[in-house]
Design a binder for this molecule. Structure first.
Ligand code: HEM
Length: 310
């Protein structure tokens, strides 16, 4: 038998959950109901975000990621980006609570705070946040993060047609880096040091960064189009999260000014600090050392990156 709308959505149970702590007899005001509902809404979106990020992470975590799998990985992240854009707007609803009216029930929250949102921590751990507020964050289940799998995937990028782990790979990748740095120096002699430093790392990181620069530089090649799309979606994903954090901080500033948070942090200053942190550091950093197309090193093994028939 087909379920009814409310059976399917378990609406009766869902709508009974806006009472504050279970078993407490305290009366919930209209403002506090609003406060609880806004939080619950966010947490429901978080649940979906975690699910979508897990799907992306799983797609990228195999040792060989087929090209045909990349659109699906991008699709999951596109959904997360839209959710974060929507959530950034949702702070406006929270702001209809007047600062003074918030004080009517703020003390009842005790030390409860968004700090303790375990779904928020899971999202961060899935993304690959390594530290926050100077503290190293523990990783759930020791599973790889989106950051980890992206690094592994980038490291395997064929550079100038050279295949990862093949005999001459190191020589070929190093040659590409040298040519790239030479071209960069001609255009930007004053900031060339920055580009040199970008590659001046141990071989695995060096190869990963060469892969990233290669994809960014020759992104119009058919084989690199989806990898490049994946990278720009990762950037947009992080950007949408940062904007969400920033708009939370502005809402908080408007609501409680410079008061400390119920979770014991410095409040707005702490929240602004979390918006400065970047997970995909290289993906952001590479933008400072890109060079215009016509100055790029000559592409080798072009056929390798073309469309391929069966
Ligand atoms: C009146 C409304 C709100 C105020 C005044 C407020 C204030 C704060 C403050 C001061 C912090 C820093 C931690 C602390 O010391 O407590 C914080 C953290 C946080 N808040 Fe809010 N918040 C509000 C609404 C919300 C809502 C609706 C959500 C949605 C789930 C939320 C999610 C979070 C999260 C996830 C953190 C942890 C951020 C991190 O550590 O990166 N907050 N909030």
């Amino acid at each position: 038998m087909s379920p009814t709308y409310s059976e399917y959505l378990r609406l009766e149970e869902l709508l009974k959950l806006q009472t504050g702590v279970e078993g407490e007899t305290r009366e919930i005001s209209n403002d506090e109901l609003h406060f609880i509902l806004v939080h619950q809404n966010f947490e429901l979106w978080f649940k979906l975000v975690i699910n979508e990020l897990t799907c992306t992470r799983d797609i990228l975590s195999s040792d060989y990621v087929e090209e045909t799998k990349l659109p699906q990985a991008v699709h999951h992240m596109d959904r997360v980006i839209e959710i974060f854009k929507l959530m950034s707007q949702q702070w406006r609803v929270m702001e209809t609570l007047e600062p003074q009216d918030f004080l009517n029930f703020r003390d009842d929250l005790g030390t409860a705070s968004g700090f303790e949102s375990f779904q928020m921590r899971e999202m961060e751990s899935l993304m690959g946040t390594k530290w926050i507020d100077g503290k190293l964050m523990g990783k759930k289940e020791n599973k790889k993060s989106l950051y980890d799998v992206t690094c592994d995937w980038l490291e395997r990028t064929p550079v100038q047609g050279s295949v990862y782990n093949s005999k001459d790979d190191e020589t070929q990748v190093n040659r590409f880096i040298e040519e790239y740095l030479e071209a960069h120096k001609k255009l930007y002699p004053d900031t060339n040091k920055e580009a040199v430093q970008f590659f001046d790392e141990e071989q695995s990181l060096r190869r990963r960064r060469a892969g990233l620069v290669f994809i960014e530089s020759y992104r119009e090649l058919p084989l690199l189009a989806w990898p490049r799309k994946l990278i720009s979606t990762l950037i947009e994903l992080e950007q949408s999260m940062i904007l969400w954090r920033t708009s939370h901080a502005r809402m908080v500033e408007r609501m409680i000014g410079r008061r400390i948070g119920t979770g014991g942090s410095s409040g707005v200053d702490y929240l602004d600090m979390t918006a400065k942190y970047r997970v995909f550091i290289d993906l952001w950093a590479v933008r400072s050392i890109l060079i215009k197309k016509e100055a790029l090193p000559v592409l080798k093994n072009k056929d390798f990156y073309e469309f391929r028939g069966e």
